[in-house]
Design a protein around this ligand. Structure first.
Ligand code: WTA
Length: 648
């Protein structure tokens, strides 16, 4: 192994940084020693309609599990993102919209955004949306998506954003699970020069017999495409907004009232609606946004995520807007019109912070250093990554080429469930090691446990758990609290189990090694193997399917599928295409299998359980490390699979 490279805190950056290492150490110690005092103090960063008198009321004790923060306080999320900035920052740019086409961009001030959100909040009310109702948002990356989310928050409705890349089937399942009677969409989305038929997808999703009646579908005009119209259900955003009043006082919400839900994949079953509440979530996301990105007034901040993922919720919308920041909404993709786009956008808007996914960095790196030609990126002072482990080569490239060897990189580890960043460097405080998410944020107590749940000390490797609650933590799975307890608190009693593996080095730095459960991370998108398998077996020629991840140079993980056909079915190229199509239809293009191997049989234990460990090794071309196969019902199956291993 080569000598581990360490990047000490950047000297230029140190001069402007909010805090240094000594301050981090002191604040961290305080946050663990007395969480009530620490979070009590930092909760004041928000505007409260009714101040809280209680701060932390949480227990991970399985039978009494309870997570409450600031439980007697009242506030409104939209008021914290908008109203309170009007006096000082009314004319400041809140949102910079950068369109798919480089010629299109638009600035929206805090005052304008406040007005638009208030109007749309009144529109939602006029459609019959009440406090506590679930509103599904299936939108492209445009200003109106932010407006829709904040308008829900303003009246106390729970938004459920569904990524625009999900298929009608996947959308329908989420509308149904959330018992959502309202959908907000656009005629079409535009990404990388291609159109996405969002409204048509909504129409299809609502045809399913299981989906409850939806009262209204609000359609934002993006491309003026010809779309089907269902009178009495479908309404035009622009028409409703024309006459809407901009006077809409924000609804006082209890700190523990739901703010939003967001579906994410687990190792088993259907996607779960992760529920986040109002007070703790806003304290935590705004505070992490400030310290992790060293946010200071007038920084221009760009997170390239999509609103359809948690990163878009916490670090495009809520965290930055609570802090009164200027945040970018990017409609496009890194390589359209060409691979210099990120650099072009950075130069155009003089962006200071760029926060993106390792998969995007790897895709650009594959284009060569020249891909940034013609751009200077000299406004950047911090780079960030999120969503998957970053390999040191990609880290170095990001640092050297995009950051001109002059920007600290914050490799932020967190999850949909955690609401905000848990393990991360702070740019003025933490020496960096490429590939390590480094150290815990304030209030976070990570621990490494072995498979029996014993806490391991010092330099070690095992499963990552968190020992105590933090304000941004999810509170439940929508409609299934028992599953919430089971999934996160039953594996290692008394702790929150992350599902990730981790290594801790001699300096106490954490290195996330990837999921230890049956969750895939493909281009930073989370997918359950069970979901992809259930899509595959919905095809009538498939008897059985097993899905595993394998190392993929750009995507991080690719999807490798083993399929057993029903008797008489022929394994043809045509059928292979059909199966790919089936998965795209059931879930969406993001779940397209990369490799399909026809498998006459699958390795199973005598009790019939598929041995994924073995299938993962075969997919990764590591069949010399299969381990013990003696417990298999039919060990011959393994040789057969190795012999006919598919090419990647
Ligand atoms: C992975 C995204 C390594 C991890 C915010 C986690 C990471 C899952 C990192 C959550 C990172 C996220 N280094 N792995 N910096 N960030 N992950 O819910 O496996 O979409 O459990 O949230 O992504 O994905 P999710």
């Amino acid at each position: 192994m080569t000598q581990q490279q360490v990047y000490p805190v950047n000297e230029t950056f140190k001069k402007r940084a909010l805090i240094d290492r000594a301050q981090y150490d002191a604040m961290y110690a305080e946050s663990i020693r007395d969480p009530d005092a620490f979070w009590g103090k930092h909760g004041k960063r928000l505007d409260w309609m009714k101040p809280y008198t209680k701060v932390k009321n949480t227990t991970y004790d399985y039978d009494n599990l309870s997570i409450k923060w600031y439980e007697d306080g009242e506030l409104n999320a939209a008021a914290n993102c908008l109203d309170r900035h009007l006096e000082k920052r009314g004319d400041k740019t809140a949102l910079i919209f950068e369109g798919d086409e480089p010629s299109v961009s638009r600035h929206v001030s805090y005052r304008e955004l406040h007005e638009e959100v208030s109007k749309f909040a009144n529109v939602l009310k006029s459609l019959g949306v009440n406090k506590g109702d679930v509103v599904t948002i299936y939108m492209p990356m445009i200003v109106e998506t932010a407006v829709a989310m904040l308008a829900c928050a303003r009246i106390g409705a729970i938004h459920s954003v569904v990524f625009g890349g999900f298929s009608p089937e996947a959308l329908g399942a989420r509308i149904e699970n959330g018992k959502s009677r309202f959908v907000i969409t656009a005629d079409e989305g535009v990404r990388g020069g291609r159109k996405i038929p969002l409204k048509a997808n909504v129409d299809k999703s609502l045809e399913g017999s299981n989906v409850p009646a939806v009262d209204s579908v609000v359609v934002v005009t993006r491309t003026h495409a010809d779309i089907d119209w269902k009178d009495g259900r479908d309404v035009r955003y622009e028409e409703l907004m024309k006459d809407a009043s901009s006077d809409c006082p924000p609804e006082p919400m209890n700190a523990e009232d739901p703010l939003f839900m967001l579906y994410t994949s687990g190792s088993t079953g259907t996607p779960k609606g992760v529920l986040h509440t109002t007070g703790g979530y806003l304290v935590y996301t705004s505070m992490t946004h400030e310290y992790v990105f060293d946010y200071q007034e007038n920084d221009v901040y760009w997170c390239t995520a999509d609103f359809g993922w948690i990163t878009g919720h916490s670090y495009i919308l809520y965290g930055p807007l609570v802090n009164g920041a200027t945040t970018v909404i990017f409609e496009g993709v890194p390589n359209y019109p060409d691979a210099s786009r990120f650099g072009q956008v950075v130069d155009k808007h003089r962006i200071n912070v760029l926060y993106t996914a390792p998969t995007a960095v790897r895709a650009l790196m594959a284009q060569g250093d020249d891909c940034m030609a013609g751009t200077t990126r000299d406004s950047l002072h911090i780079l960030g990554t999120v969503g998957e482990p970053i390999n040191p080569e990609a880290w170095e490239w990001y640092h050297r080429v995009i950051g001109n060897s002059n920007c600290p990189i914050v490799d932020t580890w967190w999850q949909t469930e955690t609401g905000g960043i848990l393990i991360t460097p702070l740019p003025g405080a933490t020496d960096l090691k490429p590939g390590s998410a480094t150290l815990p944020f304030f209030g976070i107590q990570p621990a490494v446990v072995d498979s029996d749940g014993n806490v391991l000390e010092g330099k070690t490797e095992g499963n990552l758990v968190i020992l105590d609650s933090w304000p941004g933590q999810m509170r439940t799975i929508f409609g299934d609290h028992e599953r919430f307890k089971q999934t996160y608190f039953s594996t290692y009693k008394g702790t929150y189990f992350t599902g990730d593996g981790v290594r801790r080095d001699e300096d106490g730095y954490y290195w996330i090694t990837g999921r230890v459960d049956d969750v895939l991370n493909v281009s930073g998108h989370r997918l359950g193997t069970a979901e992809v398998e259930s899509a595959l077996v919905s095809h009538d020629k498939v008897a059985e399917a097993a899905v595993v991840g394998y190392p993929h140079e750009i995507k991080g993980q690719g999807i490798y599928v083993y399929v057993t056909l029903v008797g008489g079915a022929e394994p043809t190229e045509e059928l292979r295409q059909e199966l790919v199509q089936t998965v795209r239809q059931e879930i969406g293009p993001l779940a397209s299998p990369d490799v399909i191997q026809w498998a006459p049989g699958l390795p199973k234990t005598r009790s019939g359980k598929i041995m994924r460990r073995i299938l993962r090794k075969i997919a990764a071309n590591e069949h010399d490390q299969l381990g013990d196969t003696s417990t298999l019902a039919d060990p011959g199956v393994v040789d057969e699979l190795i012999e006919h291993r598919a090419f990647q």
